[in-house]
Design a protein around this ligand. Structure first.
Ligand code: PMV
Length: 333
């Protein structure tokens, strides 16, 4: 006997960054974040609870996943089993159409797709907010990928407890702002320091940890206002400021995700601005730079960025839809 379900989810890129967790466990963000869910890049995941299995299994991009990734998936599956009464172990197949673990937020789309597919396979009729809370426990950025367009995840309260519910919520639909995200891929390799380790090191060692925790909510609130006003320039400036403040706090703890190519792209984005273009950069826990431009300027910005040394290729994405259940055929994993 087996029971299965599949889901598609898209990565998201944070304009105001989540970096740092509340103490006390439960994977609760210490700062609010605001992201764009990206069309054009996807994770497809299929989950099958099967009484023939002795342990949860995870296949990533056609190969058995390493034990760390398998154990993180098994933790999410344990939560689904506890909530549903499903007792069987599960086989999980997941495929990304973009590089895994490279700062392209594959954990966001990965855990969003896994949470939705696993909940459905176990017969849980949860709404997107409940699935978002489940995904958030594995990767807080994944909570945002349940929803489309522009999405907010609030910080947890300072005294948050592991059992508290915290879901992302949609702020505006995909067509709210005309924006293209140019993902300048600088390496295909996995990142050196995972985001949870990077956050922990920043919070415990960075002389700027407190400054970041104070600045982040202010940047976030201003960014939300600028987004509501459809003020592209202000959104871009605040997004770049959030990324630079996050990385400055991390770098001061010795957590350095940037390479020479990262700096070269940052320089090219400044040159674009100096020439009058609205182009802004943001960077997650990896060396890639995501460049934000008005959709109608994407082609010309792309021409400039393509010639930056160290840029291997450029993926273009725009605001898109949240995670959805699909048939196993449509998931094609
Ligand atoms: O969701 P996590 O644990 O992979 O952390 C994501 C952290 C950043 O991508 C750097 C920022 C963000 O808000 O997505």
């Amino acid at each position: 006997m087996s029971r299965e379900a599949a889901a598609i989810a898209h990565p998201n890129i944070a304009l105001s960054k989540y970096w740092g967790k509340r103490e006390g466990g439960g994977n609760v963000p210490a700062v609010p974040s605001l992201s764009i869910t990206l069309a054009g890049l996807a994770t497809r995941t299929r989950v099958r609870f099967d009484d023939a299995l002795a342990a949860d299994e995870l296949s990533l991009d056609g190969r058995p996943a390493d034990e760390g990734a398998r154990a993180r998936a098994a933790e999410l599956l344990d939560r689904v089993r506890a909530a549903s009464g499903e007792q069987r172990r599960a086989a999980v197949w997941s495929r990304n159409d973009f590089p895994t673990a490279s700062g392209l937020a594959s954990s966001a789309s990965g855990f969003a797709a896994l949470a939705l597919a696993a909940a459905r396979a176990a017969g849980l009729d949860w709404d997107a907010a409940a699935v978002s809370d489940l995904a958030r426990r594995s990767s807080a950025s994944a909570a945002r990928s349940l929803f489309g367009g522009f999405v907010e995840l609030a910080a947890g309260p300072p005294d948050a407890r592991p059992g508290d519910v915290l879901s992302a919520r949609p702020l505006a639909p995909p067509d709210h702002l005309s924006i293209a995200v140019l993902v300048c891929v600088t390496t295909e390799g996995p990142k050196a320091v995972g985001s949870s380790d990077g956050m922990r090191a920043t919070m415990s060692r960075s002389p700027y940890a407190q400054a970041w925790l104070e600045a982040a909510p202010r940047l976030h609130a201003r960014l939300r206002d600028a987004l509501a006003a459809r003020d592209f320039r202000e959104v871009g400036e605040l997004a770049e400021a959030s990324a630079l403040a996050m990385h400055a706090s991390a770098i001061a703890a010795g957590v350095l995700y940037w390479t020479g190519a990262t700096l070269d792209v940052l320089g090219a984005v400044r040159a674009l601005r100096a020439s009058g273009a609205d182009a802004y950069a943001t960077i997650d826990a990896g060396p890639h730079v995501k460049v934000l431009v008005p959709a109608e300027r994407a082609a010309s910005a792309r021409d400039v960025l393509r010639s930056v040394p160290g840029v291997r290729r450029i993926l273009e994405a725009s605001p898109g839809d949240g995670a959805r259940s699909v048939s196993a055929e449509e998931a094609a994993v």
